[in-house]
Write a protein that binds this ligand. Structure first.
Ligand code: PSU
Length: 304
């Protein structure tokens, strides 16, 4: 018996024709943004992918089945659903076996995308090494997934709530290429600048696609992290974000928020502390990532 997949009609057609497909995740919808902006943003991001010449496939687990592409009604339902599991590699199969509904994080989306034959995936920011990880051991499973599953993930860096130097160190240890588009500095999600050099730099989608295909030819496992800086007009400067992030982190510690709750708590507090600006920036960077991912997927289809 194979995995329980449900393909949306436009994704099914694209697969049959070998057209480029871009995977999109669903944790950003259920745990990353408030309703109704989450559903509006998800629909807009799908349209950005279409306008850039690829087919979007938002991935989520609904009633024990892996949906590759959601209908409008499914997206609306997911965006308002309560008790949605936040799924990573550890709990994906359990959620399916229990017939439940779950949103896929970067790690789980990579697994599902790869099983469905999709090579490129766009999100906002990957999970990484949390600050204080030397005590909490809180390191996102997204990092190990990047070292195992051959999907190129386009993100605006790792979320700046994390310990970015340690996140880059772990990615290097795991053998994950970190490629920043068009600048020498690794971006910091809401800001273009992190103060950290990017391990690699490329200047267009064709180079990134060539590197993706070359890893396959070399038989190297794992994917690539493509860091796409937020557009200049949408960024919140690093010196504005630093105190906001520090306040949100201090509150999370005070309230003893742990494990899977940390990232959603911090994103919500930062939304409140920036009076909604962080969400506007988050939506802009995801759209920007969706556009680049579509270009990379199209290049992979041409070069393969
Ligand atoms: N990008 C966003 N918002 C999000 C996420 C990504 O703009 O909420 C989600 C992704 O699903 C990612 C998860 O895998 O945050 C990381 O969660 P954690 O730190 O608990 O591993």
């Amino acid at each position: 018996m194979t995995a329980p997949f449900v393909f949306a009609p436009e994704v099914e057609t694209a697969r049959r024709n070998g057209a480029p497909v871009v995977a999109l995740e669903s944790t950003i919808i259920t745990h990353g943004m408030p309703w109704p902006q989450n559903v509006e943003a998800a629909a807009k991001v799908e349209q950005v992918v279409r306008d850039a010449g690829a087919v979007p496939a938002t991935i989520a687990i609904m009633d024990g089945r892996i949906h590759i592409g959601l209908t409008d009604a499914e997206l609306q339902a997911l965006g308002q659903a309560q008790d949605v599991m936040k799924l990573s590699r550890a709990d994906l199969a359990a959620c399916l076996a229990m017939g439940r509904t779950g949103a896929t994080t970067v790690a789980a989306t990579m697994i599902c995308a790869h099983l469905a034959g999709i090579a490129v995936f766009a999100t906002g920011g990957i999970g990484g090494v949390h600050r204080g990880a030397e005590h909490s051991f809180d390191i996102s499973a997204d990092l190990r997934e990047l070292s195992e599953t051959p999907v190129s993930v386009v993100a605006a860096g790792a979320k700046a709530i994390l310990d970015l130097p340690k996140t880059l160190e772990v990615l290097e240890t795991l053998g994950v290429p970190v490629i920043t588009l068009g600048q020498d500095e690794f971006p910091a999600f809401w800001s273009r600048s992190s103060g950290l050099p990017s391990p690699l730099r490329m200047n267009d989608a064709a180079e990134i696609a060539a590197a993706h295909l070359m890893r396959g030819r070399l038989g190297l496992p794992g994917g690539q992290l493509i860091a796409n800086p937020i557009p200049a007009g949408a960024e919140i400067a690093r010196d504005v974000m630093i105190p906001v992030i520090e306040q949100a982190l201090a509150e999370a510690e005070e309230q003893r928020i742990a494990a899977k709750g940390v990232t959603p708590f911090l994103l919500q507090r930062i939304f409140e502390l920036t009076e909604g600006r962080s969400l506007v920036a988050n939506i802009a960077l995801v759209e920007n990532n969706a556009r680049l991912a579509a270009q990379i997927a199209a290049q992979i289809a041409v070069q393969a």
